[in-house]
Design a protein around this ligand. Structure first.
Ligand SMILES: Cc1cc2nc3c(=O)[nH]c(=O)nc-3n(C[C@H](O)[C@H](O)[C@H](O)COP(=O)(O)OP(=O)(O)OC[C@H]3O[C@@H](n4cnc5c(N)ncnc54)[C@H](O)[C@@H]3O)c2cc1C
Length: 404
């Protein structure tokens, strides 16, 4: 049996336990490829908030090794240097307006739907960040917007497998985080996976959903009771439970969740060693934000950075209803660290996570272990309320010029 054996020392228990995991200890991305393919239901994802592990339950395991073989952490997916780089946005105003960035992901999805295809991507549903299928333009709306949290693609493996096998002429597109695209690509037999069109997002890293739950709980909000949630409106990064009367932060100030997210404090352990944080990509198309663009006046409405990594990707991008501009590649890379390397793990992250696990309120834990970041948040709240020219106020993005 070629599964790996890892030693774990959970803080809560403070003793050694032995875990048999599909990939290296704490390196699970939560892509769910192994869980979805194990017909013996022998794998369970252990979520310790600061790390995921795919645990093999020995009593159910039939030693087939399938989980080990398909795991993209054990067997990396091939990547490609981009063939073309663009920056741009959706021509359809409503798509651009409702998107986090330029609405490029949705426009590509729209193109696929118009060709009679189907699209799989992430939705917020009953407190969970899961994946669903869309076959109409109307259904695409549920996907719009970035959810800055680890989503769960478990439900779509079977459907994607079904559709790519069944329908040679129906385009099937998946939009997701690079680690999720890798999981699906590994799980589907190669001859079928080549039929799958893929769009991945440039990714900073993802926190476990429990981190968001803890943050919301401070404001008396229960994630499972919230109907809609937004994390961002263009360059305003704020958790916004849409439709709720509770306001978490004042407009223009990134709240403590988004601060901790942007500073890289709250991700699961694997994200700090992410193999996808590079310019060579595993999907047909990669989309992110065009930080550092010279098209500054367009940033208010959203400008996406677009990497076409395969011929199919070039075709998708050039045929979708998009406004495309050339982009200075060196400048784009310099302004988007995740195209070079994963974010580094802050020194006090471990203590912060331990405090969160023990039940310390989110904002208090941030103030205790990252006092400077918390102080900046407080100062920003004060600054935003001062009678200064509003155009001079920044709202906090992946790069917040006010503070960095
Ligand atoms: C966790 C996370 C970290 C990111 N980090 C960076 C970064 O460091 N630099 C950068 O340039 N861009 C980053 N992005 C990408 C950026 O936020 C936009 O999603 C991207 O530019 C696409 O914008 P759009 O307007 O084209 O998307 P839209 O047209 O609004 O479509 C967004 C698509 O992404 C899918 N999606 C959203 N959230 C998730 C999720 N959690 N899991 C899976 N799929 C999801 C949606 O379902 C939808 O299909 C990140 C996105 C996420 C979710």
């Amino acid at each position: 049996m070629s599964v790996q054996c890892s030693l774990s020392v959970p803080f809560a228990e403070r003793r050694f336990i032995i875990m048999i995991t599909v990939c290296n200890h704490n390196m699970c991305t939560g892509c769910m490829a192994c869980v979805s393919q194990c017909s013996h239901h022998a794998i369970e994802i252990k979520n310790d908030i600061d790390a995921y592990n795919a645990m093999i339950q020995e009593e159910k395991c039939k030693r087939c090794n399938l989980c080990f073989d398909i795991c993209p952490v054990n067997h990396p997916v091939q990547n490609n240097a981009p063939l073309k780089w663009y920056q741009g946005w959706a021509n359809e105003e409503s798509i651009r307006a409702n998107a986090s960035s330029g609405g490029v992901a949705t426009s590509i999805a729209d193109y696929v739907i118009n060709k009679g295809g189907i699209v799989f991507s992430c939705v917020f549903h009953k407190g969970k960040f899961i994946f669903k299928m869309a076959s109409t333009r109307e259904e695409l709306k549920q996907f719009q917007g970035s959810k800055y949290v680890k989503s769960n693609p478990m439900d779509i493996y079977r459907d994607i497998q079904h559709w790519v096998r069944l329908a040679e002429n129906i385009p099937v597109l998946m939009i997701g985080l690079p680690c999720q695209i890798a999981g699906v690509k590994r799980a589907i037999p190669k001859k079928y996976s080549e039929r799958l069109l893929t769009v991945d997002l440039i990714c900073h890293g993802t926190p476990a959903p429990q981190i968001l739950e803890r943050f919301m709980a401070q404001y008396g909000l229960n994630l499972s009771e919230i109907k809609k949630i937004s994390f961002r409106s263009k360059s305003h990064f704020q958790v916004d439970p849409l439709g709720s009367e509770k306001v978490i932060s004042i407009p223009g100030v990134a709240d403590c969740y988004m601060r901790a997210f942007l500073e890289g404090i709250v991700y699961t352990e694997n994200c700090y060693q992410c193999p996808y944080a590079r310019k060579e990509r595993i999907s047909d198309v990669t989309v992110g934000d065009s930080w550092g663009t010279e098209l500054r006046q367009e940033m208010v409405s959203g400008v996406s950075l677009i990497l076409c990594n395969t011929e199919r990707g070039v075709e998708l991008v050039e045929n979708a209803d998009l406004t495309l501009h050339e982009v200075n590649i060196q400048n784009a890379i310099a302004n988007n660290q995740q195209l070079n390397q994963p974010i580094s793990c802050p020194t006090k992250r471990r203590q912060f996570m331990r405090a969160i696990r023990k039940g310390m309120p989110f904002n208090r834990a941030l103030a205790r272990y990252f006092p400077l970041i918390y102080l900046r948040y407080v100062l920003k709240r004060i600054y935003i309320m001062l009678p200064v020219d509003p155009l001079k106020k920044h709202s906090g993005g992946y790069k917040d010029n006010l503070w960095h």
